[in-house]
Design a binder for this molecule. Structure first.
Ligand SMILES: N[C@@H](CCC(=O)N[C@@H](CS)C(=O)NCC(=O)O)C(=O)O
Length: 219
């Protein structure tokens, strides 16, 4: 592990977007200072945190005057600044396919099940927990159904989303699978995704990034 001097990652242990960045840091062999933003108590909406990320979301990356939000931007920054080991294939076609799988999670699935969306369904919209859980599970099922087909076509060994090495698509699927299990979604219909996640979760960079291993889990 080499220390990335002056870099701070604001995150929360159960935030899947923060979990993605922790995996990428582990894969790149980089360590940074972690600061915790307690999402359940609304710390992301305090004036102090909004100065770090005006969107009121984690993760946020700070390196001197350089403030960066959005996990995909942070991970691509790391990929460009630290090209080894590569987290993207070489050819433009393959890179586009990997990005499409990562973005299916980042753009089509995760935003629908984010904390503030679930809170808004609760209040002011007044939905009960059963309805909110049904919403959550519905959007996981829609997203995973498509990704299961994509992964079946793209995996080279049944252990990676694309080809037979770790890519950004793997960094996105593992936290989403973690969330799906946490919310007791039925993941039986997605054997390819389950097999891929089982392998990835055994790799040190993924195991070290798991929410339970994060120091803020004890806070
Ligand atoms: N597209 C953003 C999503 C960031 C995001 O939604 N973060 C969640 C945690 S996973 C958050 O901060 N939620 C706070 C809230 O909903 O109030 C990214 O990939 O970084």
């Amino acid at each position: 592990m080499s220390e990335k001097e002056g870099a701070v990652l604001y995150g929360y242990f159960r935030s899947s977007a923060s979990y993605r960045v922790r995996i990428a840091l582990g894969l790149k062999g980089l360590s940074v200072v972690h600061k915790f933003v307690q999402l359940p108590s609304g710390e992301q909406n305090t004036q102090e945190y909004l100065r770090i990320n005006p969107a009121g979301l984690v993760p946020a990356w700070i390196e001197g005057d350089f403030h960066l939000a959005q996990s995909i931007a942070i991970i691509e920054y790391l990929e460009e600044a630290y090209p080894e080991p590569p987290l993207m294939p070489r050819s433009p076609v393959d890179r586009a396919r990997v990005r499409a799988m990562a973005l299916a999670v980042a753009c089509d699935m995760h935003p629908l099940n984010n904390l503030r969306i679930l809170n808004y369904l609760r209040s002011p919209l007044g939905h009960d927990e059963e309805t909110i859980n049904a919403w959550y599970r519905h959007w996981i099922a829609v997203g995973f159904s498509g990704l299961e087909q994509e992964a079946r076509r793209a995996t080279g060994d049944g252990r990676h989303m694309f080809g037979s090495t770790v890519t950004i698509a793997d960094i996105y699927i593992v936290p989403q699978m973690y969330n799906a299990r946490r919310f007791k979604c039925d993941v039986e219909p997605y054997p390819t995704l389950r097999g891929i996640c089982a392998h990835l979760e055994s790799l040190p960079a993924f195991a070290k990034a798991v929410p339970e291993a994060h120091p803020s889990a004890a806070c």
